[in-house]
Design a protein around this ligand. Structure first.
Ligand SMILES: Cc1ncc(COP(=O)(O)O)c(C=O)c1O
Length: 388
């Protein structure tokens, strides 16, 4: 079965009770049992819910996997996966990653005795050098957030020893453009809030694997901790996922045009987009991904304060956190998504106050380019490379 057929059919059988073609929102916390322990496979909705189960089957299939577990947010899915580690274990983590993931690792999980080393994982020698005798996990985000660096998934997998696991946060690429399990990773995590849900109307997460032992730990955690999505949120995510392929194609087409437009503009200092031939890892992107996604980051010339001035002048790109919805967004990572990373750390990693990140939506590309054109024309000029 091909990608969109899976998105539309896996887990989406007609409702056995009524024949409803679309999986209903099973808005129930509990299920009536015929006798103690005799029921139709559903006993309590923290443990299992038919709407959530349908979503889990659908999303697992999109990553080519047997097991998927839905959570109330991407962070809850990440926390569940980190439950595979115990106190004293160590993880090698990409140094350019979502600020909330960094916050969870550094301010919550370190207190429980887990150890993290942040390295530029686009450099496999740096990954190798960070491995310790107690390393149990590699945490990859690729393309990274917000600098759109690429990490060679197969390359990291080749460094993995028995007992170690490779996890890929596949939120930016979506399963449509990147299939980490097929490249050898053990677990995929998504913030389904983003491309999978696709309409900026629901927060959610999922952890997906083909490894039964890993799946059992994640499933145990899902039930024991209880960070599950409600049935209506599961349903919205499932509906969104059905059109993932169509949306991703348009996101990528629009993002390529936006990236090329910005790169050619005299007011723009630097553009980060894996689909540009100038991207230092463009060849890896071509090999590892089947498309380059909808995220574009860039820096304007001149004073860093021009960034926010520009952002406020846009009409169709709303200044907002998040990404992956049908509508275009602009974000100032230093003050928004990555505000939880200390300034010094952030700037060392290249997330400066001048950096802007676009989530390019699926509006008509000409309108988006016009919007960028007008805003660029309106910000005060840069003369001879110095801000005025
Ligand atoms: C790459 C990435 N991973 C994980 C998350 C966390 O997901 P959520 O906001 O659904 O908890 C985000 C959120 O922005 C993200 O961008």
């Amino acid at each position: 079965m091909k990608f969109s057929t899976k998105a539309i059919h896996v887990g989406q059988e007609a409702d056995p009770a009524t024949g409803a073609t679309i999986v209903p929102v099973y808005q129930t916390s509990t299920y009536t049992q015929d006798a103690v322990g005799e029921h139709k496979g559903f006993d309590y909705s923290r443990t299992i819910n038919p709407t959530r189960l349908a979503l889990e089957k659908q999303l697992a299939s999109l990553e080519g996997a047997d097991y998927g577990y839905a959570f109330a947010s991407g962070m809850a899915a990440t926390a569940a996966v980190l439950n595979l580690l115990s106190a004293g274990d160590h993880a090698v983590v990409t140094d350019d990653l979502y600020g909330g993931t960094y916050r969870l690792f550094s301010r919550v999980l370190e207190r429980y005795g887990l150890e993290f080393t942040y390295v530029d994982m686009s450099d496999l020698d740096a990954v190798r050098a960070a491995i310790r005798p107690n390393t149990k996990l590699f945490w990859i985000e690729t393309p990274t957030n917000p600098l759109l660096k690429l990490i060679d998934i197969k390359g990291v997998v080749a460094l993995r020893k028995p007992g170690q696991i490779v996890v890929v946060d596949n939120t930016f690429a979506s399963p449509y453009f990147q299939q980490p399990l097929a490249l050898g990773a053990d677990v995929v995590v998504h913030s389904t809030t983003k491309y999978i849900g696709g309409h900026s109307d629901v927060v959610g997460g999922v952890a997906i694997t083909n490894d039964k032992e890993i799946a059992d730990v994640i499933k145990f955690h899902q039930n024991a901790v209880g960070g599950v999505p409600g049935p209506h949120d599961a349903w919205l995510t499932m509906r969104g996922a059905k059109t993932l392929a169509l949306r991703m194609r348009q996101h990528a087409e629009n993002a390529q045009m936006v990236a090329e437009y910005l790169e050619a503009h005299p007011e723009v200092d630097r553009v980060y987009y894996p689909g540009l031939a100038s991207h230092p890892q463009h060849q890896l992107a071509r090999a590892q991904m089947s498309g380059f996604g909808g995220m574009v980051s860039f820096v304007l010339k001149g004073e860093q304060s021009r960034a926010l001035d520009f952002a406020h002048r846009l009409k169709y790109f709303s200044l907002a956190e998040s990404l992956g919805g049908v509508e275009s967004l602009i974000c100032h990572p230093a003050r928004m998504t990555h505000g939880s990373i200390p300034k010094e750390d952030r700037e060392r990693r290249g997330v400066t106050d001048g950096l802007l990140r676009l989530s390019v939506g699926i509006e008509d590309a000409e309108d988006l380019l016009d919007d960028l054109r007008s805003a660029l024309a309106a910000v005060p000029r840069v003369l001879h490379g110095t801000g005025v």
